[in-house]
Design a protein around this ligand. Structure first.
Ligand code: EPU
Length: 302
């Protein structure tokens, strides 16, 4: 959605919002798929309530874009604007084992900053693309690490009631690839409790995870990571592989021939290609195993 109302444009400037008019979200997502809209980059978090109120007042919907690494976005002109939190230094503040991380920080950068302070616990998540906010919302996990297990506090702007809340660990339910936030919540940052570990040891663990990931996942291709959650006791990639779907294509979208739960954009995939591929694979897995796969990726098609 392109904002044209001059009064609204002036108000956005007063809130120090950086507006990038008509960006293609394909350039802001790891899949390289996504239509056009205004991108509003929020620097001053204290202006968030005013911004959301302004947009609501004009009947403009918004979606919060993190690193764009777990997303399938519709093509064409999008009926909402995209918001993004600007990265503001310092994004990581370390006090002993307790680390405050800003939601806009890239997860990988946060992990290496902590490693330099002899802090580990997050090594398994190295190579998971995206922001800390996205990782918290999805309770990102890999190689035995899950971010939710290390959270002590989360600061969240609750858009519904216009309040900033600090939630303690017990007040947020972290489950496999989900956390109990509402779609309107905007995560601002978290305090994690990490594990004291010598730098060399953290780096060794990071290298092992990187090695395993490179060996099994198509990291050089455009993808959104694993498309489906693993069903209890099984692996979605293994099931899709077992029915011979590696390399299966619809238009420009293809099941990776390296890891069958990664669907890649071979260059010109549309959202519809990817969507149809997801439905085809889901339906074939159901026919073969009577297992219903549930998406892990977030789909913004309306
Ligand atoms: N497998 C196959 N064929 C494939 C893919 C996997 O046979 O095409 C087999 C593997 O050989 C292995 C088993 O399936 O025996 C599990 O595979 P893998 O170790 O790659 O783990 P995964 O369950 O497919 C999960 C996470 C990944 C995470 C890895 C490593 C989910 C949906 N996926 O994958 O997370 O990186 O473990 O911990 O939970 C993501 O969330 O986007 C993601 C990529």
């Amino acid at each position: 959605m392109l904002i044209t109302d001059p009064k609204l444009l002036t108000a956005l400037r007063q809130l120090e919002i950086e507006r990038r008019p008509g960006v293609r979200l394909a350039s802001w997502t790891s899949l390289g798929i996504g239509g056009t809209t205004d991108l509003l980059i929020v620097r001053e978090r204290r202006y968030l309530p005013d911004l959301l109120q302004l947009l609501r007042g004009q009947g403009i919907r918004h979606r919060l874009l993190g690193g764009g690494s777990n997303l399938l976005v519709a093509d064409g002109e999008l009926p909402w604007v995209a918001l993004r939190l600007a990265r503001i230094e310092p994004t990581v503040r370390i006090e002993g084992k307790s680390v405050w991380v800003d939601a806009a920080e890239e997860l990988g950068r946060a992990i290496t900053t902590c490693a330099k302070a002899n802090l580990g616990g997050l090594e398994g998540l190295i190579g998971v693309p995206g922001t800390v906010g996205g990782a918290l919302r999805m309770n990102a996990g890999a190689y035995g690490a899950e971010i939710g297990n290390l959270v002590r506090e989360i600061v969240v702007y609750r858009a519904v009631c216009g309040r900033i809340d600090t939630l303690r660990a017990g007040q947020v339910r972290f489950e496999y690839r989900r956390a109990s936030f509402t779609p309107c919540d905007i995560l601002l940052g978290a305090r994690l409790e990490l594990i004291e570990r010598p730098f060399r040891e953290v780096v060794d663990r990071i290298h092992v995870c990187n090695f395993n990931r490179r060996a099994s996942q198509p990291l050089a291709e455009r993808s959104a990571g694993c498309v489906f959650k693993n069903p209890p006791g099984s692996s979605a990639g293994k099931l899709i592989d077992e029915i011979g779907l590696k390399g299966f294509r619809i238009g420009g979208a293809m099941v990776s021939d390296r890891h069958a739960n990664f669907f890649i954009n071979r260059g010109r995939a549309t959202c519809d290609d990817m969507h149809r591929l997801i439905e085809q694979v889901r339906s074939r897995v159901w026919s073969a195993f009577k297992i219903e796969l549930e998406e892990e990726i977030v789909v913004w098609v309306n």
